[in-house]
Ligand binder design. Structure first.
Ligand SMILES: Cc1cc2nc3c(=O)[nH]c(=O)nc-3n(C[C@H](O)[C@H](O)[C@H](O)COP(=O)(O)OP(=O)(O)OC[C@H]3O[C@@H](n4cnc5c(N)ncnc54)[C@H](O)[C@@H]3O)c2cc1C
Length: 372
């Protein structure tokens, strides 16, 4: 019997992880990617592999994905720059520090180590932070990765055929390419990030723009990925523009500085007032940053769903079409868990993640759109 032929739309971190998972089940995989592998949101992101606990489903997906990253890290090439630097969730005041205990308990329950640092321990762990901070939650198992290299590694390991083609439409039993060619497949996986909104306009997907900055070498020394505990309320909360302190040390002596969130900003241009706000916030935590030069600034588009959880599983009504999109700011972290979940849907392989609701069906049966 010939192997199942899967077409994966998109060669970002999620598409690459899905291609690898399908190939491990014996599928023949074709990936359609008009740009460089990992050149979309994957290249724009920070590559912070982080356990997050906004909801039980998100905690399960991120915690399990971290375990999968720990296994994969043994095989990744050095250029993927995977480092277990851990995260420090920094508390500005006693109120934030007091509220951290439920977060710590949630992490422990999910099998992730998490310890409390008081003000003195935080100052010792990160001398560059301003004095007067209340403490931090240290999550030592979190890590960072250079995702475009990881994506390329997974596609190569999958033995996937990567074609530099853009998909114009989903059709019965396959896809139609931009140039008009029809490509037949047993299964189509829509993993093209925010590009899924154009292919499947019936899905509730929205762009959420982010800015990142990388400094010159010689930036203030930082040992962990540093994120303010106010991150969730300040950066994720509402629909308005927001910034939060989020800094990552690079092995080159540079710092990656984030983060910002904006809906309704589809263009790639830099929003300078917002960038200034973001940097002022970062320098409020890491004062020496104010004296550090920037090397480059860029933006990227996160693909957001209404409940901030990805869409993973069969399309609500198109047979043979599976979704792996809508990962917003966690798609590097959750790509491996997503791929396991997709494999569970397609091949019946085991995954505890099936117990949680990532299915596109959760948004109800959508009105049938016209697909060419
Ligand atoms: C500023 C910023 C910071 C971030 N930081 C982090 C972080 O620290 N940790 C984390 O886990 N996540 C982070 N993210 C989120 C993460 O980058 C994304 O969730 C993740 O990259 C999504 O991967 P993807 O493969 O779904 O999408 P993409 O990487 O966007 O890949 C989709 C691919 O599909 C291709 N494509 C689009 N349309 C078509 C089509 N019609 N046909 C064929 N191909 C198509 C595109 O060319 C693209 O390469 C961040 C995102 C941003 C913007």
């Amino acid at each position: 019997m010939s192997a199942l032929h899967a077409v994966v739309i998109g060669g970002g971190m999620v598409g690459a992880a899905c291609a690898d998972a399908l190939a491990r089940q014996g599928a023949r995989v074709t990936v359609l990617e008009p740009g460089p592998v990992g050149g979309g949101a994957t290249a724009a992101g920070m590559g912070h592999l982080v356990v997050m606990d906004d909801s039980p489903a998100q905690l399960a997906l991120t915690a399990h994905s971290l375990e999968l990253w720990e296994m994969l890290a043994r095989d990744l090439p050095p250029q993927a720059d995977h480092r277990a630097c851990g995260t420090l969730w920094v508390a500005s005041d006693d109120e934030e520090l007091a509220a951290v205990e439920p977060k710590r308990q949630a992490y422990l329950a999910a099998g992730r180590e998490a310890t409390l640092l008081d003000a003195a321990e935080l100052a010792c762990a990160e001398p560059g932070l301003r004095p007067g901070l209340a403490g931090a939650l240290r999550v030592p198992g979190d890590s960072v990765v250079y995702a475009p290299v990881a994506a390329q590694f997974l596609l190569t390991r999958a033995g996937a055929t990567v074609r530099p083609e853009k998909v114009a439409a989903l059709i019965d039993g396959g896809v139609r390419l931009d140039g008009g060619e029809i490509l037949h497949a047993d299964v189509v996986v829509v993993a093209n990030g925010i590009g899924a909104a154009a292919l499947l306009p019936e899905l509730p997907l929205r762009q959420r723009k982010g800015h990142l900055l990388i400094t010159e070498r010689g930036a203030p020394q930082v040992n962990h990925q540093l994120v303010e505990l106010g991150y969730l309320k300040s950066a994720h909360g509402g629909d308005g523009d927001s910034v939060a302190f989020n800094v990552q040390p690079r092995p080159t002596g540079q710092l990656l500085v984030g983060s910002s969130r904006q809906f309704g900003q589809p263009e790639r241009s830099i929003d300078w007032p917002l960038l200034r706000r973001m940097l002022r916030r970062a320098a409020g935590f890491l004062p020496a940053l104010a004296q550090t030069s920037a090397l480059r600034v860029w933006t990227g588009q996160r693909c957001a769903t209404p409940d901030h959880l990805p869409l993973v599983g069969p399309h609500p009504f198109l047979s043979g079409v599976f979704l792996a999109t809508g990962h917003e700011g966690l798609g590097i972290t959750t790509a491996l868990g997503t791929a396991e979940l997709l494999s569970a849907h397609l091949f019946g392989t085991p995954s505890a993640l099936l117990a949680h609701d990532f299915t596109p069906m959760r948004f109800g049966r959508v009105p049938e759109a016209v697909h060419a």
